[in-house]
Design a protein around this ligand. Structure first.
Ligand code: SF4
Length: 653
């Protein structure tokens, strides 16, 4: 039987298991990436494993999420990351050089290779034919030590693109269309493999916008075939020799096929506060807009910013609206400057941010209270922009720029009709990928030119907490009952005032779930154990392992949820928290403050493969909770988490 692209790459990298959907497989990892908010913990864990050197073909450390160093803790973190990259043999991308996904795409992403990254949008270079997955930091540390990465073999779904995008519809609209149709849970357990003439018609920056947003669909990964466009793009980055041909076999079998006719798409917009809350732009036209931002890892390439620059040529940003360009990388900034577009944009009233995640996670450019912000980003979860009652819409650069010109949301086709001389900018590839924009870039320090050979830890960089082996009896309070779709932003907010403690778990833990209940952290500490209770899709969003690590530090023993997001569930295993699935009736019945006891011997049950556990609530009623876990996940859980488990393996081996 023929193979899909996903099966071909995984087959080549398979070290354990079989490519049967739902079965756990172990794959060899070629490249890893980490960013600054997750990276400090990755390197502390790598250090705790007593390993000397990175074992993967390539490891890259980016400083992108919190690059504004308005506290020495951020600067200390960046210095620590540089020292860790130098000490252990990784590339180091300096603060301000750009967002990990954009910079990795430019410099290292290679078709046919596997990439594991401690950031949920790691699948971005799938647009170049790389098989990339987001994972928790501990998984990255273990992969850097040469260990395989374990994941449930996903179903491979074919997204067949036909036709071509009409004027004013963009790659962002392809992704928004899928989000509207499939929802934020539509890709869970799946790889989305794009094929068809419509896929061929898209450029690499357009493809990577789509693969980037696959994360919002909950997909394990997203991938495109490679072709002449891939080769040309690699050549622009001076990496043509890294091209490999990748296509599904003609008789490849997919679990499902979704057809999208590109020619039927129109400008779309995701309304507050979920990326799948998608409507045609015309439905919300007339809404006043106070802020517009173009950029991020989704639409931060030179080619993403160019359409807005063309639209603004000879025009101005509306007086009551602020427009900011936040390039995804310094390469994008440099190209805009070389081509003269920076001056054009500035003359139109646009401000520039350094190449950083920044505004995407509420670090800078926080919207005014009770105002609308239009962004070309990938997430608009409530409060993510840095203010609780925010109103963030997600859209293409064209729709964002049209709003900046009009001062309100407007379908760009209508704006073009009104203005009479506004032409659809279309999509144009950059050609001036000049010298100094590749790997020799002064902002990327290679392992051979490392400036440090020892770790430099400032006073805010603490130790990695460890958990004891799983106990036999687990009993405690239902500390907090939450609804569906609780995100990792709810569990550990990524705002600047909190993120600066990412290397100091004791301090960071004080903010655990504070956005849901600000008494939670203290109550959990006082209770010395207990459970979290949640509805569907608990832990969706980022790969942030602090969202498991901090509850663990506070003494939480397990989570009872109707379902879990993939990366977060893996993080719960990695930090020794028991993720138990409960049915809707149990969820409805259980109340915050109830006493919950797992009746069975948990340690023994987990080790022996027991799938169903009885929980007794208030010594009054009982229900069944399921533990869906592979043998390896059970071993990790029983050992008290992956760090303890991996250390034990190294010590014995
Ligand atoms: Fe950065 Fe936002 Fe992209 Fe995450 S989603 S990598 S925070 S720009």
């Amino acid at each position: 039987m023929g193979q899909t692209i996903t099966e071909k790459i995984l087959d080549e990298h398979l070290v354990e298991g079989e490519l049967t959907p739902g079965e756990e497989i172990g794959i060899e990892i070629d490249q890893v990436l980490t960013q600054d908010t997750t990276g400090t913990m990755v390197w502390l864990q790598f250090e705790a494993l007593d390993l000397d050197e990175v074992q993967t073909e390539l490891a890259a450390q980016y400083c992108d999420h919190q690059t504004y160093q308005f506290d020495f803790k951020n600067t200390d973190d960046h210095r620590f990351l540089r020292s860790a990259a130098g000490t252990f043999g990784a590339y180091f991308s300096r603060p301000g050089n750009g967002i990990c996904h954009q910079v990795h795409k430019e410099n290292f992403a290679a078709p046919g290779k596997t990439l594991l990254g401690s950031d949920s949008h790691t699948p971005t270079p799938g647009g170049l034919g790389q098989f990339a997955i987001g994972a928790g930091g501990l998984d990255i540390a273990v992969a850097m030590g040469g260990g395989p990465y374990y994941v449930e073999m996903p179903e491979v779904v074919n997204v067949e693109l036909t036709g071509e995008l009409p004027e004013w519809a963009t790659a962002k609209d392809v992704a928004l269309h899928l989000l509207g149709e499939l929802t934020v849970k539509g890709g869970v357990g799946k790889v989305l493999e794009y094929t068809g003439e419509g896929a061929e018609s898209l450029t690499i920056p357009e493809r990577t916008t789509i693969t980037n947003l696959g994360t919002e669909l909950g997909a394990t990964s997203s991938i495109f075939p490679t072709d002449g466009k891939t080769k040309e793009w690699l050549a622009l980055q001076d990496r043509e020799d890294e091209f490999v041909d990748l296509a599904p076999d003609e008789d490849a079998e997919y679990a499902d096929t979704i057809e999208v006719d590109l020619s039927s798409l129109e400008p779309l917009i995701a309304c507050p506060s979920m990326p799948d809350n998608v409507v045609p732009v015309s439905e919300v036209a007339g809404t006043d807009v106070e802020q517009v931002i173009i950029g991020s890892c989704t639409n931060g390439a030179y080619e993403d910013i160019l359409p807005g620059a063309k639209m603004l040529e000879g025009r101005e940003v509306d007086r009551k609206t602020e427009m900011i360009v936040a390039p995804g990388s310094k390469q994008a900034s440099e190209m805009l400057s070389r081509e003269g577009w920076t001056a054009e944009l500035m003359a139109a009233g646009v401000n520039f941010s350094e190449a950083t995640c920044g505004a995407c996670i509420g670090i800078g450019h926080v919207p005014a209270s009770d105002s609308v912000s239009l962004r070309t980003f990938n997430r608009n979860f409530e409060g993510r922009s840095g203010i609780e009652d925010d109103s963030v819409y997600l859209c293409s650069p064209e729709v964002a720029t049209a709003a900046a010109i009009a001062g309100e949301i407007v379908d760009p086709r209508d704006l073009a009709d009104d203005l009479g001389d506004l032409e659809a900018p279309g999509f144009e590839m950059g050609s001036n990928y000049g010298p100094g924009m590749g790997r020799d870039d002064p902002d990327i320090i290679g392992p051979d030119e490392a400036v440090d050979d020892d770790l430099i830890k400032g006073p805010n960089i603490g130790d990695v907490p460890l958990k004891d082996e799983l106990a036999s009896d687990i009993e405690g309070e239902a500390l907090l009952k939450m609804e569906d779709n609780i995100t990792t932003d709810h569990i550990i907010p990524a705002t600047a005032d909190i993120l600066k403690f990412r290397s100091n778990i004791e301090k960071l833990s004080e903010f655990t779930l504070s956005r849901v209940d600000d008494t939670f952290a203290q109550r959990a500490l006082d209770a010395d154990g207990g459970f979290l209770v949640a509805g569907e899709n608990y832990g969706q969003g980022s790969s942030r392992e602090h969202a498991a690590l901090c509850p663990m530090f506070l003494g939480v023993e397990g989570v009872l949820a109707q379902s879990f997001a993939r990366i977060h569930k893996a993080n719960l295993f990695n930090f020794g928290l028991v993720p138990l699935t409960i049915d809707e009736e149990t969820y409805e019945r259980i109340e915050q403050g109830d006493d919950v006891q797992i009746v069975d011997d948990v340690g023994d049950g987990v080790r022996s493969g027991q799938e169903e556990f009885t929980i007794r609530v208030n010594d009054d009623w009982e229900a069944t909770a399921r533990l869906d876990a592979s043998e390896r996940e059970r071993d990790i859980l029983a050992a008290g988490g992956k760090l303890s488990w991996t250390k034990a393996q190294h010590d014995s081996g």
